[in-house]
Design a binder for this molecule. Structure first.
Ligand SMILES: Nc1nc2c(ncn2[C@@H]2O[C@H](COP(=O)(O)OP(=O)(O)OP(=O)(O)O)[C@@H](O)[C@H]2O)c(=O)[nH]1
Ligand SMILES: [Mg+2]
Length: 317
């Protein structure tokens, strides 16, 4: 794909994305090409094969049957008869679904003063790593960034965040392990105001969406944030691990219900052949996917675009 007018840096992000979805591409697009190849007619067997491929890439049963339904009706109305058209049809359907969902999002980068960004999710999904990457990204965009170590629960969480802070070249506000996360947040908000910070990124402890006391703790943090800076938190980013598949989707359902999530970061896209999970996440949650994680390093975070995601999968070599 040609990225007209895009900088070298954006081309670099596109290559990273392509590398990250390589196994999903093998598991999805290459398989579609395989079953279609040499077929003369679109029959029930071919459509069943396609259905199995889409589900196998974690596109989800509902989304898959919706897409297949559309194709079946086009076939029966004789609008489509050549198996070679199926690849393009599926590509178009997937793109439309993701685009429709992602349009809902607003970016809050025009807000004056400190923007507060809370990062939430279950244990081990990549919250702290993503915060390091985000701190780096915002710094590179010329913004003044501060990070808040409000995961006071897990041993060594604060030190881990400090390492990421050093990598990104941003300061981290911390207290001792075991401190009240809201108290650390309060400190960080005061520091952000007095230091003229553009973006304050708040790390939180991993928590299961089913633990109501921990979800209430997030609520408390949000209240503190709003009291100190009007409109805060401006974003609540939910981190989802792409390798957890449909399970990640369940977590997302609960978090969006209780934590007021405004955006999603899908991490570890590089570690799965089931990157199709992007589709049901976008379709069902109607919350924009803002970024995808494509590796463990500081610059392994790519701003999400439906077009680039679909092109990275369907582009021919
Ligand atoms: N391959 C790959 N690994 C990632 C990505 N993002 C995070 N990880 C890895 O996932 C593991 C967990 O990352 P953390 O950032 O500690 O996750 P967390 O959500 O903060 O974990 P808790 O604070 O314990 O809940 C680490 O080994 C990271 O290197 C990614 O995009 N790709
Ligand atoms: Mg963490």
């Amino acid at each position: 794909m040609k990225l007209f007018g895009k900088s070298e840096k954006q081309e670099g992000f596109f290559s990273k994305l392509k590398a990250a979805v390589a196994s999903t591409k093998n598991n999805l697009v290459a398989k579609i090409e395989d079953v279609v190849k040499g077929e003369k007619v679109i029959d029930a067997e071919l459509l069943d094969d396609l259905e199995a491929i889409l589900i196998g890439a974690d596109i989800g049963t509902q989304t898959t049957s919706e897409i297949l339904g559309k194709i079946r009706s086009q076939v029966s109305r004789k609008q489509v008869n050549d198996p070679e058209q199926l690849r393009t049809l599926i590509k178009g359907e997937l793109r439309q679904i993701i685009e429709a969902a992602n349009e809902a999002g607003t970016t809050s980068s025009s807000i004056a003063g400190t923007r507060v960004l809370m990062v939430v999710g279950v244990n081990g999904v990549g919250k702290t790593t993503t915060i390091g990457k985000l701190a780096n990204l915002h710094t590179q965009q010329g913004e003044k960034v501060l990070v808040c170590a409000a995961d006071t629960f897990r041993a060594a969480a604060i030190e881990q965040l400090e390492v990421w802070g050093q990598r990104a070249g941003v300061a981290v506000i911390r207290q001792k392990t075991g401190a009240d996360p809201s108290a650390v947040l309060f400190d960080a908000m005061s520091a952000a105001k007095s230091r003229g910070i553009d973006v304050l990124i708040v790390d939180t402890a991993g928590r299961l969406h089913t633990k109501s006391n921990l979800m209430a703790e997030l609520e408390k943090m949000k209240r503190i944030a709003a009291r100190e800076i009007p409109g805060a938190p401006h974003d609540v980013l939910l981190i989802i691990d792409a390798t957890t598949g449909q399970n990640g989707l369940n977590q997302a359902r609960e978090f969006t219900r209780t934590a007021g999530v405004t955006g999603i970061v899908l991490t570890k896209l590089d570690g799965t052949a089931k990157g199709g999970i992007v589709v049901p996440i976008a379709r069902e949650l109607k919350i924009p996917i803002r970024y995808v994680g494509v590796g463990e390093k500081l610059d392994d975070l790519v701003e999400f675009s439906a077009e680039q995601y679909i092109e990275s999968l369907f582009e021919s070599e």
